[in-house]
Structures are given as structure tokens and as C-alpha cells.
Write a protein that binds this ligand. Sequence first.
Ligand code: GLN
Length: 240
Amino acid sequence: MPTLRVLSLYPELMNIYADRGNIAVLRARCEWRGLGFEHAASSLGESLEPDAHDLIYMGGGQDRDQVAVAHDMAQTKRDALHAAADRGAVVLAVCGGYQLLGHSYEMGGEELPGVGLVDLRTVREPGPRLIGNCAIEADPGTGPRVIAGFENHGGRTYLGPDEQPLGRVISGQGNNGRDGFEGVQRGNVIGTYLHGPLLPKNVWLADRLVELALGIELERLPGDELEDAAHASARRAAGV
Ligand code: GLN
């Protein structure tokens, strides 16, 4: 049986809203099926081996933690991340991590570098933080599905003209509260503002990421229909 090799980036700094639960779900979904699961971490000052990981994960973070992470990631990990993405590794980045996938995060007169895996920019604009439950419709090669989560971000993200969002907002704010887009997906590189944590609320997405990372197809597991019912009711509540 194949083994999913997961790398967490800056797990001690980029983990607000219990985003480590995403790793727990990936592990459980693999182990329940008899797939292997390995988990490693790379943090400040550490390099990463582009061929050694099938799925690279980064969670959300506070602005102050993002400053150190952004500079370190641009200096020590940018090239390896591009190499990993080029060979098809899945990259999943949530909220603060998502903001650093793009070109820059401009906050309060300071511009943090991103790693440029996708064409997007994030800026702090006048206005409130975008906070609340959020549901989007996404299709990462599965047909249209609901992703449910919770967003809390001060930054507003704008995609470049050739970039595709992860989904369209059904309920909530999304990338910037204006254009109805949420997240980004380019190949196997996915960014989203949705915490929850993301994967415990959307185990179908966890499975899809495992499929993309390992190039296999997975059967559903007993109980998955409960999530379908919850998402259908989210859709009804939003009137779509
Ligand atoms: N610090 C970033 C912002 O406020 C990201 C927050 C987060 O990861 N929840 O926009």
C-alpha cells in the first residue's frame, strides 16, 4: 500500500484555529484505509527536500508570526516549493499560509514577500476583518461540492487574471468580500481562507487531496453520508 508523506511548514507558528486538526484528519483517513502515513516538519531556518513529500501543508497565522515566516520561507524554501509543486506535490495552505503563497502580503506599510507559487496579492485595506462562517462551491476534479469553514482575516486577496479560485462563495466573504471568489487552485496547489479546521469539516476534500497526492482513487468510508447531509443543509440554509 502507498504511503502519504506529509510535510507541515512552520507548524509551531502557523496553527491558529486548531489547523493541526487538518493533519489529524489526513492521518486518520489514510490509516483507516490501510495506507501508510508519514509526517515531518520544516520551520525557521530549515530547508526542505522537494522530492520527499507528497503533500505540503501550511496553516493560518497571526500577522506578527507571518513576518518571520514570510522572510524565512522566501529565503530558505521558495525554490524547493516550486520544485515540489512542479512535480505534482499537493500544496495546501490555509489563511495566513494562503496569503504567503502569492507574490506579497502588504500590511500597514510593510510588504511581506510570498513564494510566488500562484499569481495573487494580499493587502490590508480600510474596513473590518472578514469574520464568520463561510461556505463555497468548489470542484477540484470531483464535480461541484460544498466546502464549509470559518474565516477570520484582515487581509484581502486578489487573484491575477489567469488564476482560478478554489470556489465561489455561497455564504460569507471569501477572498476579499467583493468578487465572490474564495481561495485559489492551480494544479495541485490549493489556498483557502477556510479554517474549521478545514479538513475535519470537509473530509471529502481530505480524501481528494490524498488522491491527488498519491495518484490513486479512494472509496468512501462508512459515515461519509453524514457530511453530505450537513453540506446539503448548509446549501438549503443559504438558499442555493
Ligand atoms: N494574519 C492574517 C490576516 O489577518 C491571516 C489570519 C489567519 O490566518 N486567520 O489576514
